[in-house]
Write a protein that binds this ligand. Structure first.
Ligand code: ARG
Length: 456
């Protein structure tokens, strides 16, 4: 390709290090698509003869069909996917293939291909997340009334419903989807035609190629277009945040599946046994999702550090942009599916959750709220009175609701029997009707909104 300038070939080490084809072959579809848009524009603008442009377009179609059928045959000497396509084009149509690279460089080419790939990755992840949300919403609806312990500090705090818990993750995923959507919108500018770094003297039409490739507009600055990778970083940041959410849910799956909790029974399809302990059913899928998130966050850091010291415009360092993005995409895509499958098929032991929700004086806040509402006692004082009741119950080894009324009245004589109505976990969750609260009616309302948003 640059034989004119060089007397000797590259060393084997250089060839191996320099070649990106082992990984950038994933860009073949985008590369051919962008080349087709480019050559159509070259023909239309009269930069190459229309007959030549047509021959090139036909050759590109053939290569697309070949790759579709049999994949890309790697040749390290041809460096990257761009050279592979051009080389094959030359084999098919002869020297006229050389006209394709008019008014373009691999620098704008790779930036364009990669943007197209990442844009599509945003769409794929969005679809997978929508399916995942549908699973959460179905569980949210089914378990809208099922009470479980709500925790702060992983200590029993107040009862909540399992449906409410699922819908919390629905909200996180909703924001994750909006982050991918933002990233997609921001990245949707075409680098094609920026050429090596300075633009070109040929009368190109960058608006036409941008439009043909579904971009909103051409990137406004050629130096920026070929050298920034913030679009990839936007994707990785969204992926890192999303994987963080998945990891928290995965952690809860691991915890809930452990015998002391026994809140869920893992589905066979998403767990493994042990080669030595016959009783085992391990939450491997959830653990891998939790572990994958660490690697996804690592990809974001990796690319940020690659980028941070690069002077404008293109440097070969930028070739290190692809592996982190491919890795993050692959890990995130499988994580969404695996965690979705785990949640969809797990058995939820709602009796056990309800019993656990009654432990730890979880309705103490309801007791204090009753004192405020019925006894007209200031909350701070009510908190103190309730604390004394909890201490007494704890000393006796009974639940708050099991303390005799006379004992409660010795603590404060404004207490009457109606306090017992608020001490059950059902009455507790039913009372939490503030907007966004855990009351079953609220959860069902949130589920209805979510179904509408998902088109279900
Ligand atoms: N394979 C390169 C990359 O992935 C693109 C080629 C640009 N090469 C160059 N020498 N300017 O970034």
């Amino acid at each position: 390709m640059w034989g004119g300038r060089f007397a000797e070939g590259a060393s084997a080490i250089m060839t191996e290090m320099n070649a990106s084809i082992p990984f950038d072959k994933r860009l073949w579809r985008e590369d051919i698509t962008a080349s087709k848009a480019h050559v159509a524009m070259l023909g239309k603008q009269g930069i190459v003869e229309q007959a030549d442009a047509d021959a090139i377009a036909r050759g590109l179609d053939q290569i697309m069909a070949e790759y579709e059928a049999g994949g890309v045959q790697e040749d390290l000497a041809l460096e990257d996917i761009h050279m592979h396509v051009e080389h094959r084009l030359t084999e098919i149509i002869g020297p006229v293939a050389g006209r394709l690279h008019t008014a373009r460089s691999r620098n704008d080419q790779v930036a364009t291909d990669f943007r197209l790939w990442v844009r599509n990755a945003c769409d794929e992840i969005d679809r997978a997340l929508a399916d995942f949300q549908a699973i959460l919403v179905a569980k949210g609806e089914r378990h809208a009334k099922d009470v479980m312990p709500g925790f702060t500090h992983l200590q029993s705090a107040q009862p909540v419903t399992l449906g409410h818990h699922f819908m919390a993750y629905y909200e996180m995923i909703r924001r994750d989807r909006s982050r991918f959507a933002d990233a997609r919108k921001r990245m949707n500018e075409s680098p094609l035609g920026a050429a090596a770094l300075a633009g070109t003297s040929f009368p190109t039409d960058r608006h036409a190629t941008a439009k043909a490739l579904g971009f909103d507009r051409p990137a406004a600055n050629s130096l920026d277009a070929v050298s920034d990778r913030d679009f990839a970083l936007d994707f990785l940041m969204a992926a890192a945040q999303c994987s963080l959410h998945l990891s928290r849910l995965a952690e809860e799956v691991v915890l809930w599946a452990s015998q002391p909790f026994a809140f869920i029974k893992l589905p066979d399809q998403y767990s493994t046994g042990s080669s030595i302990m016959p009783q085992k059913r391990n939450p491997d899928a959830a653990e891998l999702v939790r572990g994958h998130s660490g690697r996804i966050m690592g990809t974001m850091t990796a690319l940020m550090v690659v980028m941070k010291g690069l002077p404008l415009a293109y440097s070969k360092d930028l070739q290190n942009d692809k592996i982190p993005v491919f890795e993050a995409y692959d890990l995130l895509a499988i994580s969404i599916l695996a965690l979705g499958g785990t949640i969809e098929h797990a058995g939820f032991n709602t009796d056990r959750m309800r019993a656990a929700s009654e432990a730890g004086f979880s309705t103490a806040t309801d007791f204090a709220d009753w004192l405020v509402r019925v006894g007209k006692i200031p909350f701070r004082e009510a908190h103190h009175i309730t604390g004394r009741a909890v201490k007494l119950a704890e000393d006796e080894g009974v639940a708050l609701s099991e303390l005799p009324l006379e004992v409660l009245q010795q603590i404060d004589n404004r207490i009457d029997a109606s306090v017992f109505d608020v001490l059950t976990v059902d009455s507790s969750v039913a009372s939490r009707t503030s907007y966004g609260g855990t009351a079953p009616v609220n959860v069902l309302a949130q589920v209805a909104e979510a179904k509408k948003a998902l088109g279900l």
